[in-house]
Design a protein around this ligand. Structure first.
Ligand code: ADP
Ligand code: ZN
Length: 716
């Protein structure tokens, strides 16, 4: 029973027809007054899990969220859906605070977002005690744990909530899946025998690609040509590289900006707003960017540098495609980054250095893997993906193996002859016979294998050496300036006792090139869809601008895509589109219907076949003041057809004054006959009614009358 109401609320407020996996169970659990822990990936749909109970339960739902920047957006998003919500945090002045507190007190809002600092401020619990609270939702609950990657000391005090409000249900939500964090959440928040919901962390709409970090800017340029106008983020390790990458892209004519913690708060917020509002396409950022944004139409993520662990990586790529549409992710991998990150971790001297180094190693293994990447990722999060995903570079471009024994022998023997005193770059130079001064000085040009690998490019050598590392034929001595060392296994190779299988370099090269998609001619359907989508984007942008909200809060890309595909021209059709709830229909529905209407009409005028076009052509002539006969003649159709076009439009909500043609009295008469009649199949009902009247009422009247009855929901 309650779930029926929950589902109604989902449609009414959010415009969605069905719950995503787990949402219904979680909502039911809360409605039963049970505590819950929810682990769901970014974009999985966590918010709905407490927002719907908040709507259905009596009283106010308090949402604790550490992301002040996000609060405003979330509250605006709720308001756009017709849900009364507000927020309290330290950025507001006393007057703003007082207004919100008053609304909460009077029961005028259903959700109140609060920052943890605010919650713990002196006297605030007294205020809360005066409210009727239905539910506490702790968002980003992993912040309570020092194991998580985003520990916030304020969060540790949230346990006080449970003590002060022992009977109010509590739901803790996070996208961090690891077990220690989960345990911390339960104990530190003092949850009461909570039900733990773990959703799948798979995000099948995100493609996964890893490329060697060579010619990164060139690769990015190519990537961007395949993602015209689509918003995305390029994550860089250093502030300096965010600036230089952004500059290079700007010089190529892209709309790009940079973002890092060294900028003033003002500069940062201007940049962030511009990105959120679709005014800047590309942000080159340090990981400082993204935590505070909820933009659902980020279409791609590029990692210019290696992330420090798979959690961060997954969270960062998770910022793409929250709307569920296909999105691409690309990671550039270089061994140099591994070394830099290692040094950073070691220099930090935190108590869990070992753990962090291990996590870095897992990250590295991921990039070097030759099996489905999604399998690796999900297994890291303790999930087992049965089938290959077919949406990662390994699946799309499976490795081909070559006998690399000779190649390995050349490299390993060169390494041995340097006395295992060189790093990767130097070893490659020796193999390729570089005349670099240092090589001459150290006498490396005299060793037997000097120049023995000239036929292989430096880039390819890099890849081969990485494979040797992966295969355990070399090791890095981190404590000796990262020079390479031989291993037991490499001795077997050197003495010819072991064959070495390597991934063919051509496969890797092909991967590099793969991205330039061949220009297949687009289908007519696709062209229409793209054209309409562009028009819808423009309208969305105009509305967003005039309302001062981000475009994706008007409608998500997913909603616009569905509109572009289904081309609704009637209210009911528009309301059936996913993401069009009651309030949004009221606010924006007609504007978007008009865009589709104009589009369909224009295409029909150009003689393009398009669903609904014939009705709109008729209507257009009718609106020009032409009568049925004139329209019939012009359109080369029968009068009856013209009338049924108009009747059909009227029936579905169009404004057409049918009472010029049929009176209410006549409609009543027709209705009466209709209710009594037994209809024969295969003959139009209007015709049958016409016959039963013996021709005393014109068929046009009957057609309009039936349309009217249907429009009034009379069962005809
Ligand atoms: P999270 O907080 O888990 O990152 P959100 O709650 O922001 O995710 O939801 C991500 C997106 O999915 C939002 O655009 C949201 O409106 C949408 N969404 C949530 N539930 C559903 C659903 N049942 N059907 C369709 N879309 C949904
Ligand atoms: Zn795969």
């Amino acid at each position: 029973m309650e779930l029926v109401r929950a589902k109604e609320a989902l449609k009414k407020y959010f415009g969605y027809d069905r719950f995503r996996p787990m949402q219904a169970e979680i909502i039911q659990n809360i409605l039963n007054q049970q505590d819950a822990v929810v682990l769901m990936p970014t974009g999985g749909g966590k918010s709905v899990c407490f927002q719907i109970p908040a709507l259905l339960m009596e009283g106010l739902c308090i949402v604790i969220s550490p992301l002040i920047a996000l609060m405003k957006d979330q509250v605006e998003g709720l308001k756009a859906n017709g849900i009364a919500a507000s927020f309290l945090n330290s950025t507001q002045n006393s007057q703003e605070l007082a207004i919100t507190e008053n609304m909460a007190y009077k029961g005028e809002i259903k959700l109140l977002y609060i920052s943890p600092e605010k919650l713990m401020a002196a006297g605030f619990f007294n205020f809360l005690k005066r409210l009727k609270i239905s539910l506490f939702a702790i968002d980003e609950a992993h912040c309570v744990s020092t194991w998580g990657h985003d520990f916030r000391p304020e969060y540790t005090q949230l346990g006080a909530l449970r003590e002060q409000f022992p009977t109010i249900p509590m739901i803790a939500l996070t996208a961090t899946a690891d077990k220690l964090t989960r345990k911390d959440i339960i104990t530190l928040l003092k949850l009461r025998d909570p039900e733990v919901f773990i959703a799948s962390f798979d995000r099948p709409n995100l493609s996964l690609t890893v490329l060697p970090a060579q010619n990164r800017i060139g690769m990015i340029q190519r990537f961007l040509f395949n993602h015209p106008k689509q918003a995305g983020i390029i994550y860089c390790l250093s502030r300096k590289s965010t600036e230089s990458v952004a500059n290079k892209l700007q010089n190529m004519g892209f709309s790009a900006a940079y973002y890092h913690a060294g900028m003033t708060a003002e500069e940062r917020s201007v940049t962030q707003e511009a990105f959120i509002n679709d005014k800047i396409q590309i942000i080159c950022a340090t990981i400082a960017f993204g935590m505070g944004i909820d933009k659902s139409n980020v279409r791609w993520i590029i990692h210019y540098n290696l992330p420090k662990n798979l959690e961060s990586y997954y969270q960062e790529i998770g910022r793409a495609g929250r709307d569920g549409l296909k999105s691409d992710t690309l990671l550039f991998y270089s061994f140099g980054d591994v070394l830099v990150l290692r040094d950073m971790i070691v220099a930090n001297q935190s108590p869990n250095t070992e753990v962090q180094l291990m996590k870095l190693e897992r990250m590295q293994q991921y990039t070097e893997a030759q099996i489905c990447r999604r399998k690796i990722l999900l297994s890291y999060f303790n999930e087992d993906l049965k089938e290959n995903c077919n949406n990662c570079d390994v699946c799309k471009n499976p490795p081909a193996w070559i006998d690399g024994t000779t190649i390995a022998q050349k490299a390993l023997s060169a390494l041995a002859r340097t006395g295992e005193q060189v790093g990767m770059g130097m070893l490659i130079d020796i193999l390729r016979g570089s005349g670099r001064q240092e090589i001459i000085e150290k006498g490396y040009n005299k060793i037997k294998t000097y120049g023995a690998g000239k036929d292989i490019s430096a880039g390819d050598w890099q890849q081969y050496l990485l494979q040797f590392l992966q295969l355990g034929f070399i090791e890095v001595a981190y404590d000796q300036n990262n020079v390479l060392k031989l291993t037991e296994a490499s001795k077997q190779v050197l003495f010819g006792n072991r064959q070495v299988n390597l991934v063919q370099m051509a496969v890797i090269q092909q991967k590099n090139q793969e991205k330039k998609e061949e220009a297949k001619p687009k289908s007519v359907t696709q062209t229409l869809k793209d054209e309409l989508f562009d028009l819808l984007l423009t309208t969305r942008k105009e509305i967003a601008l005039s309302e001062g909200i981000p475009p994706y809060l008007v409608f998500t890309d997913a909603t616009l895509t569905e509109i572009a595909e289904l081309r609704p021209i009637f209210e009911t059709e528009m309301k059936n589109i996913s993401g069009v709830g009651e309030r949004k229909y009221k606010q924006y529905g007609r504007k978007f219907l008009k865009v589709v209407y104009d589009f369909v009409l224009e295409k029909s005028k150009q003689n393009k076949k398009i669903t609904g076009g014939t009705y709109l052509l008729t209507l257009d002539l009718f609106r020009q003041g032409k009568n049925f006969e004139q329209i019939a003649q012009e359109r080369n159709r029968g009068v009856q057809t013209i009338v049924s076009h108009l009747a059909y439009l009227y029936e579905n909500g169009y404004k057409i004054d049918i009472f010029q043609y049929v009176s209410l009295q006549e409609i009543e008469q027709i209705k009466e006959v209709h209710t009594k009649m037994m209809f024969v199949e295969g003959i139009e009902p209007a015709k049958q009614i016409f016959d039963s009247f013996g021709g005393t009422i014109e068929i046009e009247k009957i057609i309009f009358a039936l349309a009217h009855l249907k429009r009034m929901n009379e069962n005809v």
